[in-house]
Ligand binder design. Structure first.
Ligand code: UT7
Length: 323
């Protein structure tokens, strides 16, 4: 018998304030037309003053638990993927643990920027398969609006805030691709490329800093590396791209999403796209897309899904799972 980490519930939370592209055009030298045509983004949500990453994460966690029909007492571990923690430490995950009223188990953050949710899923899969946890809450939560340099039109128009969560529990399987749950993972990083996307603050500066990105270079790496990692994890799962019901990609840029689908030989009808409504929410983008895709009626029980993401590090990877 094979133990699989299967999704039992999904949920998300978006801050109330919606910011359309037009709001940027009023303040900096940009236009709705440029933002839409270069990135696919039409609007994004920004957290209210005082609204923290841990608040977004807690709301998403509660929604996912309710969807699973479980409570915090059922959870053994919480993993939060974030690069925008409320504080340098403790982890956002321990803050969520306290807010959920969970007094046992363990909680920690994973920091792999936009690939964070994929890395967190792979960690949860390992914990469940090793028998260290039966039920793991995996959350992606970000407030990237707090890292923006509002004078920089090349980055400030691209990012948004939000959170998504899944509840994974151990499920017995046959050990083949018909099983529900995570079937394969593929993780990568290459620190030689850290200058392409980073935040220029931290303990070395004593400031939070601002996000800096060489967008064109990141774009080039994304197009090449995302299809590659997806191909590798599909191979490990013993399936082909043609078996995939849904690509649920990191939502950074519609042109990257479309380019990756094309490289995989799949039509856009089989891709969950939310970038127009959320912008790039870093580690939150995939669980947000999973939750919205399920709510739209796109993702159904038994569907074969591949998720893929790349971000600062560079760090990138993919997960193949059956919903
Ligand atoms: O989630 C982490 C991973 N991150 C990503 O995946 C982001 C990857 N990169 C991208 O999505 C794209 O590279 C961007 C959307 C960031 C930029 O698109 P692009 O087609 O690569 O544009 P570009 O950087 O080559 O800029 C084209 C022009 C430049 O003007 P010149 O030099 O041609 O005169 C920019 O200065 O567009 C200008 N530009 C803008 N114009 C209006 C840059 N930002 C803006 C803007 N509004 N906001």
């Amino acid at each position: 018998m094979t133990i699989r980490a299967a999704v039992m519930g999904v949920g998300h939370y978006l801050p109330a304030r919606v910011v359309p592209n037009a709001e940027f055009a009023d303040k900096i030298d940009t236009s709705d037309e440029w933002i839409k045509s270069r990135s696919g983004i039409e609007r994004r949500h920004f957290a209210a003053p005082g609204e923290k990453t841990s608040d977004l994460a807690t709301h998403a966690a509660q929604a996912a638990l309710a969807d699973a029909g479980l409570t915090a007492a059922d959870v053994d571990a919480i993993i939060v993927a974030t690069s925008t923690p409320d504080l340098t430490f403790p982890s956002v995950a321990t803050m969520v643990q306290a807010r959920l009223g969970m007094t046992r188990g363990f909680a920690f953050d994973v920091q792999a920027v936009c690939a964070g949710f994929v890395f967190a899923l792979a960690n949860a899969d390992g914990l469940i398969r090793a028998g260290q946890a039966h039920c793991v809450l995996v959350i992606g939560a970000e407030t990237f609006s707090r890292l923006m340099d509002w004078e920089d039109r090349t980055t400030s128009v691209l990012f948004g805030d939000g959170a998504g969560a899944v509840v994974l529990t151990a499920l017995p399987g046959q050990g083949d691709a018909s099983d529900r749950g995570i079937l394969a993972t593929d993780l990568n990083s290459d620190g030689r490329f850290q200058d392409l996307l980073y935040v220029d603050g931290g303990t070395s500066t004593g400031t939070t800093g601002h996000l800096r990105m060489q967008g064109k270079e990141v774009f080039r790496h994304a197009i090449e590396k995302l299809a590659e990692t997806a191909h590798r994890s599909l191979g490990k799962a013993g399936v082909t791209a043609q078996d995939v019901d849904w690509i649920v990609p990191h939502q950074a840029n519609l042109r990257i999403i479309a380019g990756t689908a094309q490289k995989m030989g799949l039509p856009m009808e089989r891709v969950v796209v939310t970038v127009q409504d959320h912008g790039n929410t870093s580690a939150a983008s995939i669980p947000l897309a999973l939750s919205v895709g399920r709510a739209r009626g796109q993702i159904k029980t038994g569907d074969l899904i591949v998720t893929e993401a790349i971000g600062g590090g560079l760090a990138w990877g993919s997960v193949v799972l059956r919903w």
